[in-house]
Design a protein. Sequence first.
Length: 346
Amino acid sequence: MTKNGLTYADAGVDIDAGNTLVERIKPAAKRTSRPGVMAGLGGFGALFDLKAAGYTDPVLVAATDGVGTKLRIAIDTGNVDTIGVDLVAMCVNDLVCQGAEPLFFLDYFATGKLELDQATRIIEGIAAGCEASGCALIGGETAEMPGMYEPGDFDLAGFAVGAMERGAELPMGVTEGDVLLGLASDGVHSNGYSLVRRIVDMSGLAWGDKAPFVDDTLGPALLAPTRLYVKQALAAVRAGGVHALAHITGGGLTENLPRVLPEGLGAEIDLDAWDLPPVFQWLAQTGGMAETELLKTFNAGIGMVLAVDAARVDALTALLSAQGEAVHKLGHVTAGEGVQYSGALL
């Protein structure tokens, strides 16, 4: 019998490297363990015990997302340590808007050739995001697919599952007169990066050049990770008076806030209630952006909005401030549809 001697590694897939990666990331995954986790990495599936997590009549909530073309900047600059935080944040910040506590997370990492050091840094960032949001990293998939990606390129997707007790879902009880509290973002977060990259091209700047809006180089400044709002938002929900939460992602305030408002209700927002962060000032000026375009493309400095009972505004503002949030009173829920703006950001 003639054998040609070819191996899977000869075709570009190194199973041993994949196994090495699993061993490398086990300590990071272990740091994310929480009540309910039943097994470590390596099985065909991941087990989670809802009763051990403290739930009696739970409803499960699931979310999936990626980080868009922000990945391109991470790849081109080699700064991959926090892109995993973005991946987690985009999923778990959505879950909390339903009133759910994130329980566990799975990731999908795909590349043409597995580079162990790069992959370890990426997944350790995912673990850091999970740990900061009280969410266990209990599994994932690393796909080495030669011919599918250019050298050095990779893609990420995340999947989060959370739970809440039946009857505790959000939004609930939103009424005209509710006050809108905005929590500050940490920059561009993970939306609008195709436009960001276009504006950077227009500016003539390189990723290693000094950023015009902060004391840092441009690439790392634009890679500031998405803020995790989970623990703070859940604390506010449990304190009482929170009727809705809106994660301000693609579509900005203009499109995300109406998603949590009942039919027949809209919002009035005072654009003078907060200062537009320098990164957005630079993007708008360099790109010649209209204010309306800015507000429906980027978060414009507000990463999460809470609709709260007017009688609970001071207490919830104090609670969120004590947890490190910069809280802005943006406006009110009103009769009507959509978001109406007063004042000016630009």
